[in-house]
Design a protein around this ligand. Sequence first.
Ligand code: 5GP
Length: 194
Amino acid sequence: MESLKQKILDEGLALSETVLKVDNFLNHQIDPQLMQEIGKEFVRRFRHKKITKIVTIESSGIAPAVMAGLMLDVPVVFARKKKSLTLTEGLITASVYSFTKQETNDISIAEKFLTEGEHVLIIDDFLANGQAALGLIDIVEQANATVSGVGIVIEKAFQDGGDLMRNKGYQVESLARIKSLTQGKVEFVEEQEY
Ligand code: 5GP
């Protein structure tokens, strides 16, 4: 997605060879116009799939997920990273190792919001080693629902997550795929836009 790639080039900051900071438009301040375009692009890429619900993870997956949910007219559920005082029973949980925080945490979704037979599009902001997305897939499958696909805003293609999930047979669609972050320079994987 060209407008996203341009935004990353203009406003992204390679903090190291492995971490990209995009808090100008995705991880802290949010660019609603860009989020709308992102939502539209996810809808286009998964247009042949049945989708009855979108599942994401707090907090940075929520904006792109809501835009896609609005266009598909389906509900959006976000997995919580912390236990909530009002949400203690009937949870489906998975353990996720956080790439950015370097710690393992449980993520959970209330089972009443994810029921058997649903067709779920998973959306997240970044794909690195795939732990967050695999945790969401685990939760969807524990609910006996079907994963329709995985939509990612920014994939760091030099890390393992994308291959891991594609090799398991999931349709993974990443709107910008980064080849490297060497010496502060962002390089994208060359690919045909379709
Ligand atoms: P994974 O679980 O695929 O290893 O990492 C994905 C999760 O870690 C995403 O939900 C995202 O929040 C965070 N993350 C991973 N790499 C980056 C990065 O380079 N920049 C930012 N801002 N977040 C990242």
